[in-house]
Every structure is written in C-alpha cells, then in structure tokens.
Ligand binder design. Structure first.
Ligand SMILES: Nc1nc2c(ncn2[C@@H]2O[C@H](COP(=O)(O)OP(=O)(O)O)[C@@H](O)[C@H]2O)c(=O)[nH]1
Ligand SMILES: Nc1ncnc2c1ncn2[C@@H]1O[C@H](COP(=O)(O)OP(=O)(O)O)[C@@H](O)[C@H]1O
Length: 207
C-alpha cells in the first residue's frame, strides 16, 4: 500500500445480521469513508435504487464483465452474482479515501489475497432466533429467499475467524460504537500516524 493510500475495510455477516443498517449509520458518522457500490444480478427490492444500493445487471452482462476483468472480486451468493468494481476501489484508495466493502466471505478471501493490508470485520447476530426474526421482520424477501439465507448463514458464520474483528449486533447502538471504535483504532495505527504527523514528530524530536 502506498503512503497516501486509504484503508480498505471489508465487512461481512450472515444475511439479516444488520450489516447494511450498521454500515449506513457508520457512514453517517465517518464521512471520510466511501462505500463501494457492488454490481449484482439480484433483482432490486422495493425501494432499492440503481447506483445507490447496487448496480443491478443481467447475468450475461455480469459474466461479460467478469471476463473483462472489471471485478476486484466476485462471488455467487444465495444464487445471485455479486462483484466489486476494481476501478472504483483503486481510484478511491489512491486518492487517500478509506473504502468499505460489504461483501460475503468468498469475496473477503479474494480481497485478502490481493490486498493483504485490508481490515476484515465480521458481524454476528445475537442468536439464531433473532437472525430469523430480523430477516422475516425486514419484509423485503419472499419466504423461499429467507429460508435460503437462513440456510446459508451457517456457511457465512463458519468463516468469521478469518476476519480481524468480530462484533455482535445485539443492542444496535453498542454494535455501532464497536464498529466505529474499530475504524478509529485502525486510523490511529502508528504507520499511518507516522506519515500524517511527520512534521509534528520531527518538531517534538528536535533538540
Ligand atoms: N462477494 C461479494 N458479495 C457481495 C457483494 N455485494 C454484496 N455481497 C453479499 O451478498 C450477500 C447478499 O446481499 P443482499 O442481496 O444485499 O442481501 P442482504 O445481505 O440480505 O441484505 C451479502 O452477504 C452481501 O454482503 C459483492 O460485491 N461481492
Ligand atoms: N441491533 C438490532 N436490533 C434489532 N434489529 C436490527 C438491529 N440491527 C438491524 N436490525 C434490523 O434487522 C433487519 C436486517 O438488517 P439489515 O441491515 O438489512 O441486515 P443485512 O444487511 O445484514 O442483511 C432490518 O430490518 C434492520 O432494521
């Protein structure tokens, strides 16, 4: 990672754990972080907007983009294809912006290989019953889609240990505080601070 480059945060969780809600609240508070909007073949949910929630594309177009190397990572999740635009992420990082990816464990593994300095954060629900309650309560998916997501949640959670941080989204404000604390602690890492505060450090070290 070059000196000016921003930090890449990778956030994963089983569907319904509250990942998007937490990330949106974090972005309200931490304006220096940009969310990478993914491409997907999943149909939009009511209220979802092209370019804001996802770039919704047909499977043939997505497959063409895979072949063209458009994606930094991509994966099939719950029967749909999802991918992160390489160009968008590289540009933002090069500008020194921090970038956050909301992706699944397969994508996180691919990112870890190409960007070993990324910071992985995994969000757990407080219980299976609560995960199911949240998925059904969201009211955005059919019964079949919810069942599939519940079934796949074990596969997602089985990879939690591969992330740098794990937090439990029980009481929302506590989980948000944890997420913000992680982001802030990462920003305060000495390698980054040494670059940012070089002139201060030199002044303090001056005889
Ligand atoms: N690998 C990968 N996974 C993604 C990407 N975008 C979203 N996902 C994951 O796909 C899964 C389903 O996302 P979505 O359809 O929005 O449903 P939700 O998680 O229930 O809100 C979640 O685990 C997302 O994190 C992406 O660009 N790449
Ligand atoms: N801490 C929490 N307590 C109760 N409900 C929550 C909490 N966090 C999120 N939710 C709700 O759970 C549902 C799923 O959240 P969402 O952010 O869509 O999950 P994900 O992005 O992980 O699939 C939403 O209706 C959301 O308002």
């Amino acid at each position: 990672m070059s000196i000016e480059a921003g930090t890449l945060f990778v956030v994963a969780a089983p569907s319904g754990a509250g990942k998007s809600t937490l990330v949106n609240a974090l972005l309200e508070r931490e304006r220096a972080i940009s969310l990478s909007v993914s491409h997907t073949t999943r149909p939009p949910r009511p209220g979802e907007q092209y370019g804001r929630h996802y770039y919704f594309v047909e499977r043939t177009e997505f497959e063409r983009e895979i072949a063209e190397g458009v994606f930094l990572e991509h994966a099939e999740v719950h029967g749909n294809l999802y991918g992160t635009s390489r160009a968008t992420v590289q540009e933002l990082l090069a500008q020194g912006r921090d970038v956050l990816l909301e992706i699944d464990w397969q994508g996180a593994q691919q990112i870890r290989r190409s960007k070993p300095d990324c910071v992985g954060i995994f969000i757990l629900p407080p219980s299976r019953a609560e995960l199911e309650r949240r998925l059904r309560g969201r009211g955005s998916d059919s019964v079949e889609v919810i069942e599939r997501r519940l079934l796949n949640s074990r596969g997602e959670i089985a990879h939690a240990s591969q992330f740098d941080y794990i937090l439990v989204n029980d009481v929302f404000d506590d989980a948000l505080a944890d997420l913000q604390a992680i982001v802030r602690a990462v920003r305060l890492r000495s390698a980054l601070q040494w670059q940012r505060h070089e002139s201060l450090i030199n002044e303090l070290l001056a005889p």
